[in-house]
Design a protein around this ligand. Structure first.
Ligand SMILES: O=C(O)CCC(=O)C(=O)O
Length: 251
């Protein structure tokens, strides 16, 4: 994944029109974004106190790093801190995170998330957004080592942030001068609340992008940690890219 820049080369993929926009207040539910891509959300996966205690402990004990990454040929610091744990290296934003043991603080949560998803995970990535300026660019978790249709589960702690999703293949319309422009059609926002569990599944990583934009001036500016669980199938560069059906020609 290249988390800090849009990937203009991203392969187009078949899309159905998305379902109704995701509302601000969402009880536990699942949205089918297309016949083969979905996202689910459970607002109170952790109770408020447990979530706050886990966040406090993680802020204090995780080995947080701010890494430099290449964006359009320049080295810039990622606009957030991160930490991770897992038995395999994970290639992320053009860098490889070496294997290291996950925090024991995550063991109980890890088991609960696996049970809720009916799926096992062997890697955890934590992103620490220190305030509303920290963010994550639009990207997809579509590395070969995640397999064909990866299930990715994310627990949010702290301030509510906007999670934006958009189809990789955006509608293009002519502007007033007749130039083809990408339209915001299909872009949707899910609010990720303290203690919530969000899961992305089906071919969402191949057909949609996601990101966490900077917070607007009138939105809460506090800290947030996102804990993302993934299943890595092998070493970076050694797992063949899964074959996909060719996309139909653009209209
Ligand atoms: O912080 C979030 O909610 C998004 C995290 C994310 O996109 C990722 O880890 O790939």
């Amino acid at each position: 994944m290249t988390a800090d820049a849009l990937d203009p080369q991203a392969a187009p993929a078949p899309q159905a029109a998305p379902a109704a926009p995701i509302p601000d207040e969402h009880p536990k539910r699942r949205w089918d974004l297309s016949p083969s891509a979905w996202i689910s959300y459970e607002p109170h996966f952790l109770n408020d106190d447990d979530a706050a205690e886990l966040m406090r402990a993680l802020v204090e004990t995780e080995e947080w790093e701010q890494r430099a990454i290449q964006v359009f040929g320049s080295s810039v610091n990622q606009p957030r801190l991160m930490s991770w744990g897992g038995e395999l290296p994970y290639r992320y934003s053009g860098q490889t995170l070496p294997p290291r043991p996950p925090s024991p603080l995550l063991a109980a949560l890890w088991a609960r998330v696996e049970e809720a998803c009916g799926h096992t995970f062997n890697h955890v990535l934590l992103n620490y957004y220190r305030d509303g300026r920290d963010h994550m660019g639009m990207h997809a978790d579509d590395e070969a080592e995640l397999g064909r249709d990866p299930l990715i589960a994310a627990v949010s702690l702290g301030v509510t942030r906007r999670f934006v999703i958009e189809p990789k293949r955006r509608e293009r319309r002519d502007d007033r001068r007749g130039r083809r422009r990408s339209s915001p059609e299909g872009r949707q926002t899910l609010l990720l609340h303290h203690g919530s569990l969000m899961v992305m599944g089906g071919d969402m990583q191949h057909t949609w992008r996601h990101g966490v934009p900077k917070t607007g001036a009138r939105e809460p500016q506090g800290a947030r940690i996102n804990i993302t669980f993934r299943a890595l199938l092998g070493l970076p560069g050694e797992v063949p890219r899964p074959r996909r059906a060719p996309a139909p020609p653009a209209p």
